[in-house]
Design a protein around this ligand. Structure first.
Ligand code: CDP
Ligand code: MG
Length: 833
């Protein structure tokens, strides 16, 4: 009986999705429909009318007239005093000197590769050269140039920059479009977008109709989207002989791309930088009166051994401000570089030597060095914000009349990012704390000093046990050189690498391309939704193909969650997931939350899994922070704790006391705000899918039902599942792939001595030495049976088999209990829906 019921529920959900998809015009179920007809105008990249049906001479005349106007406008600006001044500046850029050669190469070849050092003017000038020359040739109104950027912030800042170089407002000739945001208008002919946006466009417009030039920027980064786009474009070019492709790279390994594109010509822009004085850790320590006495190489597994700092003959520093840092140095050793414990996951703890050293160097620069801005490369967002807090509390560095402290990272708001380009007032030192985003894609003009912590958060993926990780890892030599190069742009500069020379020597030459080190699930979905044929065939045409095992794992995963059927075709759920630009599991959670009408908490869960953990755990107030966090627990769920914390914040925000609420509860205000805006974005995405109709009452009819929300969380996170083995006093955990696993100490479940459920579902596991679950929600057997699996139409059998396998593996002695609770919950569910 329960199994029969189960199939009914499963089929019900699948049928329901299928029916809903029929009522939505936007739903990409057939690709035979002509390009933009079924899509709202906003999904198109350019808004002008389709150029030139050649018989239509009226249209032709209008466009020609428009082109002439553009030409006049451009000329008027170039002859104006401001325009002349701007042109003078542009002419100083190395790229400008190559303008004719670049344009000639583009007109003679379908594909051109341009390389040149960061800051030489590739991104701001090359697209502009093309636009200007098209306008001058009276083709302004019929050219459509797309330039892709790996990150949203660079798409935005570059388009703003070019608009101002052209004396226009953003959204006239030049615009941008990134996920959830964009400024463009009817006259936009040069559009900057993230690579993801162009890929989404390809979903509905395989031939990129109307687009005349595609520029793929920052190809040296070898991001997954860029590699993917290159395969698609390579296949497309023979069918669009008039489409031009320009690839731009900041490093000199352009030959790889040239040979991929059958010997496409490479243009190199010779650059000029000033010499940069380089110091490694041992040199820096010498400045402080300490020295590094022993240092071992990074071993084969990328793990570092112990460092020792010995004290040199005492040498009193002249700096007053720095003395407290010296105190810190005296008591510290460099265990942060060497220990591999759970706590040192992020190697730059607020109280660690790393921060102290940064603070010391910043003080030293502010006090003793010539004017010039400082750029500090940190590992990630978390470190940036902790370091910022620390520096703001500093008597000198935290004084806004002396120091302009700014941050630069991928998730910052566009208003915030504009500040980093501003020049500070006289006598004020600009300090920018940045992630690797400032390595090549963003150029801050006045940098003279660079501090480089040597690490970056890198997503990696262990295909063998199918575990994704986002860990701080050492950067490559090329990255270190890029970072160093940032100091020598305007005058001779100085670079402090906060690691020993021998560590640098052990860095890999280049970073591994993303496609070789991350899970491929979203990529596989995209391949399928673009109808690019067999996933493995397609990926075998990549610049560097991922391991077969990684591809198989991804396909298998998509089958398990019901996004692909047994023949690797997209299911209805799979199609919905391609409309939601989040990880498939989060997309599935959103879909379930929408159809089961408990959307509000699910939006919060998905949004908070997409931002930095909002619960702050300052090391010196860990007890208080944990106590604060425990107020939100009680459901054996980190995800429900997030829902409560966010709910509390939202209420407090209504009384204008959101800030105090966060302060009291050790919550990050920025994370709360980020969750808030992501929730809105996800909601509007769901509106586009047609799964919610915009009426908050309907889609939240069951939001108060914690059991249902838990089930939806399970539905999304499955097969991220681990079984709880209770022993007398405590419990242990195991998963099918990893065996024994542990809970991260920040998880609310880590503080429980008993969890009255047999399973935990989790979003993230991290492998350090042991596997740790970062977050988890406890679920019952029945919930797992109902929601752990596919909800694709007619695939209930596969789902049951799968679950059978899991149950058999874990051999849980809960069968009787399970049937009873299953029946109860099924009865409830059937009644409520
Ligand atoms: O792409 P690439 O690294 O070659 O350089 P770019 O981004 O085109 O920048 C060229 C120059 O434009 C930089 O060196 C800056 O002087 C200037 N620029 C600026 O002043 N403000 C911006 N938002 C972007 C660039
Ligand atoms: Mg650039």
């Amino acid at each position: 009986l329960p199994l029969g019921l189960l199939q009914r529920v499963d089929a019900y959900l699948g049928d329901y999705l299928y029916q809903r998809s029929k009522t939505n015009n936007n739903f990409p179920d057939t690709f035979s429909r002509s390009s933009s007809s079924s899509l709202s105008t906003d999904d198109g990249l350019f808004e002008q009318p389709e150029p030139l049906a050649s018989s239509n001479s009226v249209m032709e005349k209008i466009l020609l007239r428009r082109s002439m106007q553009m030409c006049d406008q451009q000329q008027a600006w170039q002859e104006s005093p401001e325009g002349c001044k701007m042109l003078e500046f542009r002419k100083t850029l190395p790229a400008y000197k190559e303008k004719d050669a670049i344009l000639a190469a583009i007109s003679q070849n379908q594909i051109v590769i341009i390389s040149g050092a960061t800051g030489c003017g590739k991104t701001t000038q090359v697209p502009q050269f093309i636009l200007e020359s098209e306008i001058e040739s009276a083709r302004g109104a019929v050219c459509n140039i797309i330039c892709t950027q790996p990150r949203r912030i660079s798409a935005i800042s570059v388009s703003e920059r070019i608009a101002s170089e052209r004396g226009e407002k953003l959204g006239e000739c030049v615009g941008y479009k990134v996920r959830f945001e964009g400024v463009k208008g009817r006259d936009t002919h040069l559009l900057f977008c993230t690579t993801g946006i162009l890929l989404r466009r390809l979903l509905v417009d395989r031939n990129l109709k109307g687009i005349t030039h595609v520029i793929v920027d920052e190809i040296h980064e070898r991001g997954m989207n860029e590699d993917f786009l290159l395969i698609v474009l390579k296949d497309l070019l023979p069918h669009r002989p008039e489409l031009k492709l320009i690839l731009m790279s900041a490093t000199l390994d352009a030959e790889l791309f040239s040979s991929y594109f059958d010997g496409a010509p490479i243009l190199h822009i010779p650059g000029f930088t000033y010499p940069v004085q380089t110091r490694f850790l041992e040199n820096i320590l010498e400045m402080t009166g300490y020295r590094l006495t022993q240092c071992n190489q990074i071993d084969d597994y990328g793990q570092e051994k112990m460092w020792r700092i010995g004290k040199q003959a005492p040498r009193k520093r002249k700096s007053q401000i720095a003395s407290s840092v010296e105190d810190a140095l005296r008591t510290a050793d460099f265990k942060d570089y060497s220990s591999q414990t759970q706590e040192s996951l992020s190697c730059w703890n607020p109280d660690s030597i790393g921060f102290n050293l940064v603070e010391y160097l910043l003080c030293n620069i502010c006090e003793n060095e010539r004017p010039g801005a400082v750029l500090v490369f940190m590992t990630g967002w978390d470190d940036i914000s902790s370091l910022k807090d620390k520096l703001q509390a500093h008597p000198f560095l935290g004084d806004p009349s002396r120091v302009l402290l700014l941050t630069c990272h991928g998730s910052m708001a566009s208003s915030e990012q504009r500040l980093i380009f501003d020049e500070p007032e006289d006598g004020v030192r600009k300090i920018v704390l940045a992630t690797n985003i400032a390595e090549t894609s963003i150029t801050i003009n006045d940098i003279v000093f660079v501090l480089d912590c040597g690490k970056a958060k890198e997503s990696s993926y262990d295909a063998l046990n199918n575990t994704p990780c986002l860990l701080p890892s050492w950067i490559s030599k090329v990255s270190a050189q890029q970072r160093r190069g940032r100091a020598g742009r305007v005058q001779p500069g100085e670079c402090y690498h906060l690691y020993p020379r021998c560590v640098y020597d052990a860095f890999a030459e280049y970073q591994l391309p993303e496609i070789l080190r991350t899970p491929l699930q979203s990529l596989c979905l995209q391949i399928k939704s673009l109808k690019l044929g067999s996933i493995s065939d397609f990926l075998s045409r990549a610049l560097q193909s991922p391991e077969l095992l990684a591809v198989q794992n991804a396909i298998e995963y998509l089958k398990i969650i019901g996004a692909l059927d047994q023949n690797e075709n997209l299911t209805v759920l799979g199609r919905y997931l391609t409309m939601l630009p989040v990880e498939p599991k989060l997309g599935k959670m959103l879909v379930l939350g929408a159809i089961l009408n408990c959307l509000d908490p699910v939006l919060t869960v998905v949004a908070s899994l997409s931002v930095r953990d909002p619960f702050l755990m300052p090391l010196d107030k860990k007890d208080l922070a944990e106590a604060a966090k425990s107020q939100f627990s009680g459901d054996y769920s980190d995800h429900l704790a997030l829902v409560r914390a966010y709910g509390g914040w939202r209420d407090a925000e209504r009384d204008l006391s959101g800030y105090e609420y966060c302060w009291k509860n050790f919550l990050s205000v920025q994370s709360m705000k980020a969750i808030d805006s992501l929730r809105k974005e996800f909601f509007s995405l769901l509106m586009d899918t047609g799964l919610v109709d915009g009426n908050p009452t309907t889609c939240n009819a069951w939001s108060h039902d914690e059991h249902l929300v838990r089930a939806v969380i399970c539905g999304g996170l499955y097969p991220g599942i681990c079984s709880i083995v209770h022993n007398e006093k405590s419990f242990s955990l195991k998963t099918m792939e990893d065996g024994q696993v542990l809970l991260h100490s920040n998880s609310v479940n880590a503080r429980e001595s008993k969890i009255p459920y047999p399973w935990l579902v989790f979003n993230e596991k991290i492998k350090v030495n042991t596997v740790f679950l970062r977050d988890s929600t406890a679920v019952s057997d029945s919930v797992l049976l109902l929601f752990g699996g596919s909800i694709s139409k007619g695939d209930a059998d596969g789902h049951l088999k799968m679950l059978g396998g899991y149950l058999e593996f874990y051999m849980q002695p809960y069968v009787e209990e399970m049937y009873q609770s299953l029946r109860r919950q099924l009865d409830e569910l059937i009644q409520t829906k």
